[in-house]
Design a protein around this ligand. Structure first.
Ligand code: NAI
Length: 385
């Protein structure tokens, strides 16, 4: 049993606290806002009640989980923590203030972690006296349900600390992957074409939202098509992730955001949460039917999949993570039906390369440039034959 501190009782913080307590750790959940803490507690009680009703956990377990979590506005309660995970607003100045403050409270052995999605671990840890004690531990939303956790050592993080932090999260029955401190880590980087290429196909007038979604779910076996998923995530949030990754990659055209999504965001068409996005979720809305043209559907699916595979190859090429971890991340962080690298072997890397080459020839745009590692792999296969 360890003492876990979680800072920020918002969407992610409460989920992380639940995961830690469900694995029988003592948890201190700190938020500066008492109202947020009260709401988080009420929400957790509701979640646990549902789990009891579904017979996933017993009433006894539910009581124990709740009793393990201390909800507080007092940072001093983190004094005995073995690991503190910060999940407050995505703002570097606020994070710096919090990390400086907690370093003077916790013991020298305590591991410090951030759940940041888009800030670098190097920049967050720069305010610490001992930056080697800090790393990224990136959960996915909702934390209790999503199996993946990205473990991100910064350039100054000690190796022993990374191993120790990883083993703690592994013991919480999560699938951990080791990632370099690079923009978007694995999932938010490799998944960009799922949205970006779908939007591009729509913008070119090749197909409408429903047809693109149908192509992806029907031929790819994805649970949701890109437009359904963007509406689910929220176009404001999804657009911001793309824009952040684009800027962080020094405006690499591969990550260029889409005007269509920007206009949807600006117009308040955010998706499910506003009742309208690419689709209408209001009562009595008329469902839009896809154009189930097999040839068109296959073309759309092959184009988006080739772009995703190219991105997975780029992450491997730039040594962001291992081959296995890149595939694990996409299967468990965004529920892809298969890992992209294993998928490329299954359909043939030559086919993926040919799709990319023909897109590159057609458009002459840098976003379609095939990754050198993918080209190398095809060359090696051809030489082997
Ligand atoms: P949120 O806005 O739901 O919650 C943030 C909480 O932090 C609020 O309750 C706020 O009262 C509290 N807070 C603000 N300043 C504080 C301080 N100085 N001390 C203590 N508490 C403070 O945010 P959310 O969505 O939970 O995100 C938190 C972090 O997790 C961000 O870094 C975000 O990038 C990351 N993240 C978010 C995901 C998501 O889907 N929402 C997924 C993965 C990571």
């Amino acid at each position: 049993m360890k003492n876990i501190g979680v800072i920020g009782a918002g969407t992610m913080g409460i989920g992380i606290a639940q995961v830690a307590a469900q694995n029988w750790n003592n948890v201190v959940l700190v938020d500066t806002n008492q109202e947020v803490l009260d709401k988080a507690k009420a929400q957790l009680e509701k979640t646990l009640l549902k789990l009891v009703e579904k017979q996933k956990i017993s009433q006894e377990d539910s009581n124990k989980i709740l009793s393990l979590i201390e909800f507080t506005t007092n940072y001093d309660a983190l004094k005995n923590a073995d690991l503190v995970i910060e999940a407050i607003v995505e703002n570097i100045t606020v994070k710096h203030t919090v990390f400086s403050q907690i370093e003077s409270i916790v013991s020298p052995k305590c591991i410090l972690a951030s759940n940041t999605s888009s800030l670098s671990i190097a920049s967050i840890s720069s305010v610490l006296k001992y930056p080697e004690r800090m790393l990224g531990i990136h959960f996915f939303n909702p934390a209790p349900l999503m199996a993946l956790v990205e473990i991100i050592p910064g350039v100054r993080t000690s190796n022993e600390l990374t191993v120790e932090a990883k083993s703690i999260i592994d013991s919480w029955k999560k699938k951990t992957v080791l990632v370099k401190d690079t923009p978007g880590f694995i999932v938010n980087r490799v998944a960009r074409p799922f949205y970006g290429e779908a939007l591009r196909i729509y913008e070119e007038g090749i197909a409408d939202f429903a047809t693109i979604d149908w192509a992806i779910t029907h031929f790819g076996g994805f649970k949701m098509g890109p437009f359904t998923l963007m509406d689910y995530i929220g176009n404001d949030i999804n657009y911001t992730v793309t824009e952040t990754v684009f800027e962080a990659f020094y405006f690499d055209p591969r990550f260029k955001p889409s005007f269509t999504q920007k206009r949807h965001k600006e117009a308040g068409l955010l998706g499910r949460k506003t009742g309208k996005g690419y689709y209408d979720y209001q009562e009595n809305a008329i469902a839009i039917s896809p154009k189930e043209d097999v040839q068109l559907g296959e073309k759309i699916f092959n184009r988006i999949l080739a772009m995703l595979i190219n991105e997975a190859y780029d992450a491997l090429f730039m040594q962001v993570a291992s081959r296995e971890d890149i595939d694990t991340a996409m299967k468990f962080g965004v529920n892809y039906p298969k890992g992209l690298l294993e998928w490329s072997d299954e359909i043939g890397v030559e086919n993926v390369l040919n799709t990319l080459i023909s897109l590159f020839e057609e458009y002459g745009e840098d976003r379609y440039r095939p990754n050198p590692l993918l080209k190398r792999k095809v060359r090696e296969l051809q030489m082997g034959n």
